[in-house]
Design a protein around this ligand. Structure first.
Ligand code: NAD
Ligand code: MG
Length: 397
């Protein structure tokens, strides 16, 4: 096994119990397990049974639950194992401080920002699934990784595709990047039909199996909105160079267009393990047991323009990109509050975008971010305002 050559690559997995986290452990196993990877830390939240099981199976040194209330339960699960246990925000801080060459950043939401940023500052290479931290902290996050001396490798399938298709030697000739979107379960639905959908319908993605937040975000296309902003910071392109095209089969994961008219794409089965494997073994390509594309069976690939009337999240991302500054952080925070309110059945599906837009408009005067303190302050204010707007919407319903 090549990874880490003679010594195993030291890897921490933030959010190991989630969809990306579990796929990461599967890839680690496929690539040689402990011969190739020395797992430093695994972290989870509610499911401490699974977390303990993962810690033991992977030989992790430290297991962290983000939930303070689960500390004793995790400790009990791991008693006698020799694996250290920690919990809460300070536990995630300990996780970030543990020596690791590579960190898989797969916590969902802004909760992933602080530990990922700390690990980046310490010099780890970041395999980034947690797009929210990039949308929120933007260039400050990118700069922190650079300053730490590590690298930022995208795990989001679209951004992995662009990363793979972007020839750094031809950087000057990059004209546009084209993000593909499946369109989600409501691709052909009218707004009237979307108004009363349940969480169960919204989370049922046609192609990908994913965590709850990103599944709902795929249905509303908020996930693509976050990805547009993620792309801007990862690839340092202008907003007008970022295009979105709906491609229902999710076979082309994204593309780069060059000044000579060429378009380079990355294709594959809709399986996150390809992007995860690419990030964990970078700059090599690993041997992976994932389904191969059978073009004769595929027979066709479809494309259609996205509809910003039915999916206003895309318009909001454009607005955030044009306004710049902290609008990405504000959109992200307001959307996270609105997402939880939808899941708790406090607001309807279409109101998620209304809430994000209202908060973005109210905070349009917020300047840019000079430091992470500015990011955290804008995030907190956007959450406060979003909670207010949720409450008003609830009364009105
Ligand atoms: P998930 O909900 O399945 O897992 C989330 C992980 O974060 C779990 O380990 C959970 O325990 C942990 N977590 C939850 N709340 C936390 C908190 N408050 N503090 C610390 N940890 C917490 O999510 P997922 O689908 O695996 O997505 C993870 C990230 O990867 C997201 O940012 C998502 O946008 C991104 N992503 C996911 C996919 C996918 O296929 N699932 C694809 C591309 C990008
Ligand atoms: Mg994606």
């Amino acid at each position: 096994m090549m990874i880490g050559k003679d010594t195993p690559r030291r890897l921490s997995i933030f959010g190991s119990t989630g969809s990306i986290g579990q796929n990461t452990l599967d890839v680690v196993q496929q690539l040689g397990g402990r011969d190739s990877f020395d797992i430093s830390v695994v972290t989870g939240n509610e499911n401490v049974e699974l977390l303990a099981q993962q810690a033991k199976a992977s030989g992790a040194r430290l297991a962290v639950t983000a939930n303070d209330g689960k500390y004793e339960a995790l400790k009990a699960e791991l008693s006698g194992s020799g694996i250290a246990v920690a919990a809460g925000v300070s536990g995630l801080g300990e996780a970030a401080d543990m020596e690791a060459d590579w960190v898989m950043a797969a916590i969902v939401g802004t909760a992933g920002l602080a530990p990922t940023l700390a690990a980046a500052r310490r010099g780890a290479t970041i395999a980034l699934a947690n797009k929210e931290c990039l949308v929120s902290a933007g260039d400050l996050f990118v700069d922190a990784v650079k300053a730490g001396g590590g690298q930022l490798i995208p795990v989001d399938s679209e951004h992995s595709a662009i990363f793979q298709s972007l020839d750094e030697a031809q950087r000057h000739a990059v004209e546009r990047i084209i993000l593909t979107a499946s369109g989600g379960p409501f691709r052909t639905w009218s707004r009237a039909e979307m108004a009363n959908v349940t969480v169960a319908t919204a989370r049922a993605h046609p192609n990908w199996s994913m965590g709850l937040k990103i599944s709902i975000g795929s249905a509303s296309m908020f996930n693509k909105a976050l990805e547009m902003i993620e792309a801007k910071h990862l690839f340092d392109v202008r907003p007008d160079q970022i295009e979105v095209i709906v491609h229902p089969q999710s076979i082309i994961h994204s593309m780069v267009g060059y000044t000579d008219g060429s378009v380079i794409a990355q294709l594959g089965s809709p399986d996150m393990r390809t992007a995860i494997g690419y990030a964990l073994d970078y700059p090599r390509r690993p041997q992976l047991n994932v389904e191969r594309l059978d073009f004769a069976k595929l027979s066709r690939l479809d494309f259609e323009a996205p509809d910003e009337e039915r999916f206003p999240a895309l318009r909001l991302a454009r607005t955030a990109l044009e306004r710049g500054g902290l609008q990405g952080a504000i959109m992200n925070a307001a959307e996270e509050v609105a997402f939880h309110a939808f899941v708790d059945e406090r607001i309807g599906f279409l109101q998620m975008a209304d809430i994000a837009e209202a908060v973005m408009d109210r905070m349009v005067g917020t300047g840019g971010a000079r430091s992470m303190d500015d990011v955290f302050a804008a995030d907190a204010e956007a959450r406060r305002l979003a909670a207010e707007v949720v409450a008003i919407n609830e009364k009105a319903a």
